[in-house]
Design a protein around this ligand. Structure first.
Ligand code: CA
Length: 220
């Protein structure tokens, strides 16, 4: 089962996409704008991105996504208005993997998403010995037991675990997990790290004094 992140500001289109894709075996995560979409990227396998968003142009969002190491190879299909051929060309040049013009057929969208998923070699599970992250189901297992995490705890852990050994400062983590529009403080990150350590044990996420945090697991 694949997770699709639908980024679309028109509620009726979003609803149609949800029903159409769920009816064809996908799981759907909805976002109304770029700010909502950014923190959900870690959970999805493919993105359907409306090119005209209220808070950030699709082109800017896609650029930001491609520059972020964890999402550099995340498949993205853009939705553009029929009249604007220039948008499709720009989208493909800026890193979109495919496009559809509105109005489109849900059957065709589903077929294209399946093709994108077949071509993408992204990992669905991260295994670090006793710790397993199921990126598709957004679930974490420790010694075979499922650990109940909040959405943000999972996102933070998944982001760190996608880059084992790499140090991220709190600002970078806020940006990656909560999104640039989020008015959180570095303390928010500290709190979530503390919660993760309480649930998973203290050995997985290391504090690097004066620099930030890093994930300690070794992929197995
Ligand atoms: Ca729109």
């Amino acid at each position: 089962m694949a997770w699709v992140l639908v980024v679309e500001d028109e509620a009726s289109v979003r609803m149609g996409l949800r029903l159409g894709l769920e009816g064809r075996g996908f799981r759907v995560i909805e976002a109304e704008n770029a700010a909502q979409a950014w923190p959900r990227l870690a959970e999805c396998d493919v993105v359907v991105l409306d090119w005209m968003l209220p808070d950030e142009p699709g082109v800017r969002f896609l650029e930001r996504l491609r520059k972020t190491e964890a999402y550099a190879d995340l498949p993205v299909l853009i939705l553009t208005a029929k009249a604007r051929e220039a948008d499709r060309v720009e989208g493909l040049e800026r890193g979109a993997d495919d496009y559809l013009t509105k109005p489109f057929s849900l059957a065709e969208l589903a077929a294209r998403l399946k093709a994108l998923l077949r071509r993408s070699g992204r990992k669905k599970r991260l295994v670090f010995g006793a710790l397993v992250l199921d990126l598709e189901a957004a679930e974490v297992y420790l010694d075979g037991q499922k650990v109940a995490l909040t959405r943000r705890e999972f996102d933070l852990l998944a982001f760190l675990a996608r880059h084992p050994g790499r140090v991220f400062d709190r600002e970078a983590l806020l940006d990656a997990v909560w999104g640039v529009e989020y008015f959180g403080t570095p303390r928010t990150v500290d709190q979530h790290v503390a919660q993760l350590r309480e649930k998973l044990g203290s050995s997985w996420i290391e504090t690097v004094r004066g620099r930030g945090y890093r994930f300690r697991g070794e992929a197995s």
